[in-house]
Each structure stands twice: as structure tokens, then as C-alpha cells.
Write a protein that binds this ligand. Structure first.
Ligand code: FAD
Length: 371
């Protein structure tokens, strides 16, 4: 089924991870409705993805990463994630394979590897998108580039003098290279807890968190997180009091590997150090800790450099958008954001949450931009 017409489409989706594929699912559905006579003309579309392989960021995660939900609660619209036969929750590879199957099952028009370099406003409306493989034009852009390519990498005092190795979550693949070494893991979120737990059996791990670690109750997983996030966003939209969302419960999902390490006493966090030294880190009270390696599990920022030519205004550090359910740029009405975080819909950075955000985004695209 040819979905694109050359390099000019109605809707260009940038990013072929779970968010871009979920958008593709609903754009495809518009075409199905058109073919069956249930609706008028459906937009043509294409999905551009910088990765050489399907799977979005999941293909780059570390081997032992464990989802915080069972397979049945980690699915995109239309097709349930196959059951996971291993222990605990599914691995990152299982998700990457699922996404590969998903895009071929729905015959989604993903072009890869294609890296978008710049999106500009076209004369007369719409967008011109420059890529490393030529130019595209479209009336709408759905931006779904995730945040894996833009890690937040702090530079505390002394960083330049530290003689060991520093890496970010994004560079961590597994515990093997660090066996027998002194490793400082920084960060009190899920990545920090999971990586510290992963390393603890084979390395001398010091886990450092800005505030004491806050585990979610052991029975809270991705299902509950989605429900809580949804209630919070709905309450905010209705101007009603809300309970603070997931953050009010804790920061760390106690997946089985984290729970086991925590219960074995392997996850005792120390407070954040004040500086790096040539041989390690120095705490507030002057105490020195040796470190061969520092792993910064300090989060990511939305990957939006290619939108710079549009000169978007920002609000709370992200592009200013219309109210939910669909996040449309206030500066550039044909530009939508999908994935990233709650500002794009409840739990829209998760597998279980992005489907509803994609449905609302595609409905807004179809309903409000005259295609
Ligand atoms: P991505 O998966 O990052 O996909 C974006 C795609 O856009 C990539 O393929 C990228 O190559 C492409 N791209 C980026 N820039 C460009 C460009 N300029 N041009 C073209 N293409 C571009 N969620 C859960 O539901 N359950 C979990 O257990 C869970 N665990 C997580 C653990 C970790 C360590 C992390 C970091 C996240 C976790 N998440 C989890 C959150 C979430 O599901 C993932 O972050 C997910 O990958 C986000 O999907 P996405 O499609 O928005 O972005």
C-alpha cells in the first residue's frame, strides 16, 4: 500500500519509536476508514527514523533492564505485546522485537535510517523538513523523537580532574566491564536504582542520591502508574484538586531485581557528593570515596534541536503547547508533540500511555488542519 506520495506528504511523523508507531497506527486507521467509505479522504503520511533498526530507544537499553509492568500492560494500540516467558517483567529486547513486529504487522511507512536535521516553516503554510537523505514537505509535523539522544550530563566542580571513566545511563550496557571496580552510581530514579542493583553483585558500588531514595509501594507497577497519571491530568484539566500524581508516591518502581537488591541490603544510598577529585568523589563533610567509574543516571531532555529554526517559545522548559489532550505548538499550529512526558498526555512517555495520546493527536490532526 503506497502511503507516501514522493517526498511530499500531508503528515510527517519524526521518530519511529513507540510514539511514532502509535501515531502511525491511528493515521493508518484513517486510511482504512477512507477505503471502507466510512470517512472522507485520509491524510498521506510517512515516519522518519534515525535508527538503522526498529525499536526506538529500546534497542539501546542495557541487557538486564526490566520493564516496570507485565507484557499485557505494556502494549501499543491494536496489538498486545506477546507474553514474556522469562522471570519478572519483559526485557528491553522483548520490547524492541515487539516494536519490530508492530510496524511490519501494520505495514507502517517507516523510512530509516533518516535523520531530520531541521524543520522550517514553508512559505504559504506547512513545513519543509531537511534530512540527511533529502528534503520532505508536509502540512503537519508530529514530533516524536523521544529523549534518548539528549542525556543530561552534570558537570560538578572537579569534573575535569577526575581520572576515571564517566558515562551516562545512555552509555551503560551491562555490568561486565565494571567487575571488581569501584563504581559510583548517581541518581535516585529508576535508572539509578536498576543500574546500581545490576552492578552490586560484581562491582563495589556506591549509590548516590540527592534525596533519600523513595520506593513506590512494592505492588505498584506500570498499570497503577498509568491510572494515577491519568487521574492527575484529568483533575488538573478540570481545575480540581489532585493528589500530586505518581511523584507523591515515590520515584522508584520496585521491580523484582531492585526489590531483591534492596532487601539484601545492597542499595544503601549516600547523599550527593560536593565535587569530583582525581581519584573519586568528595562528600560535603570532606570524606573521600574512591571511584574508578562514575555512572550518571541523571535523566534526559526532549530531543528537539531540529526544531530550532521554528523559534518556538518554551514553558517550564518544554515547547509551549495548547491544552491536552493533544499537544499542539502554540507558535506553529501544524506542529504536534507526542511521547516525552506528562505534558504530552498522561504517562505518554510509556508504552501503556502513549496510545491514548497518539489517538488524541491524530484526531486533532485530522479534525483541525484542513487536509
Ligand atoms: P524513543 O524510543 O526514543 O524513539 C524515538 C525515535 O526517534 C528513535 O528511534 C530516534 O532514533 C528517533 N529520532 C530522534 N531524533 C530524530 C531525528 N532528528 N530524526 C529522525 N529520527 C529521530 N516505559 C514503559 O512503558 N515501561 C518501562 O518499563 C520503561 N522503562 C524505561 C527505562 C529507561 C531506562 C528509560 C530511559 C525509559 C523507560 N520507559 C519505560 C519510558 C519509555 O517507554 C521510553 O523512553 C520510550 O523509548 C519512549 O518512546 P518514544 O517513541 O517517545 O522515544
Amino acid at each position: 500500500m503506497p502511503v507516501t506520495s514522493g517526498r511530499n506528504v500531508d503528515v510527517l511523523v519524526i521518530g519511529g519509536g513507540q510514539a511514532g508507531l502509535a501515531a502511525g497506527f491511528y493515521l493508518n486507521r484513517l486510511r482504512r476508514d477512507e477505503a471502507s467509505g466510512r470517512s472522507g479522504p485520509a491524510p498521506t503520511f510517512a515516519i522518519l527514523d534515525a535508527n538503522a533498526e526498529p525499536g526506538g530507544a529500546w534497542q539501546h537499553y542495557w541487557n538486564s533492564l526490566e520493564l516496570f509492568s507485565p507484557a499485557a500492560y505494556s502494549s501499543l494500540p491494536g496489538y498486545r505485546m506477546p507474553a514474556w516467558k522469562g522471570e519478572g517483567n519483559p526485557s528491553a529486547d522483548h520490547v524492541a522485537n515487539y516494536l519490530r513486529t508492530y510496524e511490519s504487522r501494520y505495514d507502517l511507512p517507516v523510512h530509516r535510517p533518516v535523520r531530520v536535521q531541521a524543520v522550517r516553516a514553508a512559505d504559504g503554510g506547512g513545513y519543509v523538513t531537511d534530512t540527511d537523505r533529502g528534503q520532505w514537505t508536509s502540512r503537519v509535523v508530529i514530533n516524536a523523537t523521544g529523549s534518548w539522544n539528549t542525556p543530561q550530563f552534570p558537570r560538578p566542580p572537579g569534573s575535569d580532574r577526575f581520572a576515571g571513566q564517566q558515562l551516562h545511563t545512555a552509555g551503560y550496557r551491562g555490568p561486565e566491564p565494571y567487575a571488581g571496580r569501584n563504581v559510583v552510581v548517581v541518581g535516585g530514579g529508576n535508572s539509578g536504582a536498576q543500574i546500581a542493583a545490576d552492578l552490586a553483585p560484581t562491582a563495589a558500588v556506591t549509590w548516590v542520591t540527592r534525596n533519600p531514595p523513595r520506593y513506590l509501594p512494592d505492588d505498584v507497577d506500570g498499570r497503577a502508574l498509568f491510572d494515577i497519571a491519568t487521574r492527575r491530568v484529568r483533575a488538573l484539566a478540570a481545575g480540581e484538586p489532585e493528589g500530586g500524581g505518581v511523584a507523591s508516591l515515590g520515584d522508584i518502581v520496585a521491580v523484582p531485581s531492585v526489590r531483591a537488591a534492596r532487601d539484601a541490603g545492597l542499595l544503601d544510598a549516600r547523599p550527593m557528593f560536593s565535587r569530583l577529585t582525581p581519584g573519586g568523589v568528595q562528600e560535603e563533610d570532606g570524606k573521600q570515596l574512591d571511584a574508578d567509574v562514575i555512572i550518571w543516571c541523571t535523566g534526559f531532555r526532549p530531543d528537539l534541536q531540529h526544531l530550532q529554526p521554528l523559534g518556538l517559545t518554551t514553558r517550564n522548559g518544554v515547547p509551549a503547547t495548547d491544552a491536552l489532550p493533544a499537544t499542539r505548538s502554540v507558535d506553529s499550529p501544524g506542529l504536534f508533540f507526542l511521547g516525552y512526558g506528562d505534558w504530552c498526555g498522561p504517562a505518554s512517555a510509556t508504552l501503556i500511555g502513549v496510545g491514548a495520546a497518539a489517538r488524541d493527536t491524530v484526531a486533532a490532526v485530522a479534525g483541525s488542519v484542513s487536509l
